[in-house]
Design a protein around this ligand. Structure first.
Ligand code: NAG
Length: 524
């Protein structure tokens, strides 16, 4: 009895250290814009600090070594980025816009595969082993092949929340009637014509994806993972995600449905303890007195210094005429005619500045990370959107009542100034921002802790496929119950035809009787 128990226990005891041991994690975040990596990095470093060995494929390597954390750098992806920036307004319709975005991601995917270190360290069979793959769930499908290559579960992280495309990875649904496309700049309450537009644009995006994008990604997958591609088609891998982490939260956007393996971790990058500010900035902010300070930054992708000269003059004129002091993230040392109340710097510790009580307003391009930071610190925003989801984020800020938006190309000095004044002087905006902050912060665990907890859940349960919904095993026809509708349609038509035939027969025979009746009358 005792020995029996011991021999049962022994393997368990042997297993324990390996359960507590760190996992080997391969993270693939090759997107060439810095903000997506800024978002995910604290989570990856968090995993490393818990003893997991993290290998990160990215374009922004660590300057100082981090324990348990190793970079595989893919600087080639910046070429894809230069292409997108120079072509940003070259497309004319929705189809072209989609082709353009898809081509960009295909280019990134290729650059990752072509990288020498990726080929040497990851693609060569038998060279390395990983227990978990974490990817940015953003249209680089062939990279999902690493999950088959290493026979490891795969987790997706989506910086922009979910959409029809991310949904497919775990079988989630985003009802078109109240979940607008990320790029459409619409809210969850759409008018009839907005719903028509949302439906149309979603359909175009989906078609472009199926017809133009997926064939190329399939080809890349077969080219770089020939040994697994024969056994598992890419379409199967793309439906087998263990978990999707979404950089979104219902208090930041709007409530919507999720399957159990889709988890909101909006504000993944936010650290909850603001650090003291550099002395010079602290003094500048203190010196503003009760008028307060405005923080102005167009984020890490758009450079204020590249704005047209006339636009810069317009901004400066407005800043010179207000009592507040302004911190402006500006990528040049010189700016002629800079008024005394404007402080320039190429970089600011943004979260710590937004945490400062004397900062009254955030003028932003409306990027998702900036918007989340603003809500976290309860500061109103003036949004000047440039592209992608920025229009949507500014629209949401307006709708929620903690911000206003302007068109940075069209606005005049007086419009800009008046909007600033309204946002600072009308207490409604800061009250709403603080209300949003209180709602956002009221969570059982921080977004980062939540993300790490669920990641380890997937590791503990070997891919946690018990969370996978059955939608992933259904065909398009079965999932949408088209076959059931079809059956009802056929039965309905059969019934109608039967009724028609029977009625016709009946009428005919009635008529026949009448006719023969008349005949009888005539004969009389
Ligand atoms: C799907 O993922 C689970 C868990 O990671 C794994 O066991 C299974 O083999 C995968 N299936 C396919 C078809 O890749």
């Amino acid at each position: 009895m005792f020995s029996l128990r011991l021999c049962c226990l022994l393997p368990l005891v042997l297993l324990l250290p390996s359960l507590l041991d760190g996992a080997r994690i391969l993270a693939i975040f090759p997107f060439p814009g810095p903000s997506q990596y800024i978002n995910v990095l604290p989570y990856l470093k968090g995993l490393a600090s818990r003893g997991h060995e993290v290998t990160s494929v990215n374009a922004f390597p660590q300057k100082k070594p981090v324990k348990n954390f190793r970079d595989i750098v893919v600087p080639e992806v910046f070429q894809s980025y230069d292409d997108i920036i120079s072509n940003i307004e070259a497309y004319r319709n929705v189809w072209q816009e989609n082709t353009f975005i898809n081509d960009f991601f295909i280019s990134i995917t290729k650059k990752v595969f072509e990288n020498a270190e990726v080929q040497r360290e990851l693609l060569k069979p038998g060279k390395a082993q990983y227990d978990l793959i974490i990817v940015e769930a953003l249209r680089t499908d062939a990279l999902y092949g690493f999950s088959a290559h290493f026979n490891a579960p795969i987790i997706g992280l989506s910086t922009f929340g979910t959409d029809w495309n991310v949904d497919e990875l775990v079988g989630n649904t985003s009802p078109i009637s109240y979940t607008p496309l990320v790029t459409a700049g619409l809210s969850d309450h759409m008018t009839y014509w907005q719903r028509v537009r949302n439906f149309f644009e979603t359909a175009i995006a989906w078609l472009n994806w199926k017809l133009m994008y997926i064939p190329v990604q399939n080809q890349l997958y077969e080219q770089y993972f020939p040994h697994v591609a024969q056994k598992k088609p890419l379409a199967e891998l793309s439906k087998n995600f263990s978990l999707i982490l979404l950089n979104q939260h219902f208090s930041l956007s709007f409530p919507r449905p999720y399957v159990p393996n889709m988890i909101e971790v909006g504000g993944l990058h936010i650290s909850h303890t603001p650090a003291p500010l550099p002395k010079e900035i602290e003094e500048f902010i203190q010196g503003a007195g009760s008028a307060g300070v405005i923080y102005f930054s167009l984020g890490s992708n758009i450079r204020s210094k590249d704005l047209p000269q006339e636009r810069k003059q317009m901004l400066l004129k407005a800043f010179a005429s207000i009592p507040q002091r302004v911190l402006w993230k500006f990528e040049d040392d010189q700016l002629p005619d800079k008024p005394a109340n404007v402080f320039l710097s190429k970089w600011f510790p943004q979260p710590d500045i937004l945490a400062h009580p004397n900062v009254k307003l955030f003028i932003t391009h409306g990027g998702l990370l900036s918007t989340i930071e603003s809500i976290h610190h309860g500061k109103p925003v003036l949004g000047l959107p440039f592209f992608y989801d920025q229009f949507l984020n500014v629209e949401r800020a307006k709708r929620a009542g903690f911000g206003l938006g302007l068109d940075h190309k069209e606005m005049t000095t007086s419009e800009f100034k008046q909007t600033i004044e309204r946002l600072i002087n009308d207490p409604k905006f800061s009250t709403t921002a603080q209300l949003m902050s209180a709602r956002y912060r009221d969570q059982p665990m921080s977004p980062q802790e939540t993300a790490i907890w669920w990641t380890e859940y997937v590791l503990r349960h070997k891919g946690a496929s018990h969370m996978r919904v059955a939608a992933q095993d259904l065909s398009f026809v079965a999932y949408h119950s088209l076959d059931v509708f079809g059956m009802f349609l056929v039965v309905g038509i059969l019934i109608l035809v039967t009724i028609y035939v029977v009625l016709k027969k009946l009428l005919c025979s009635l008529q026949g009787q009448q006719v023969s009746g008349k005949d009888k009358l005539k004969h009389h």
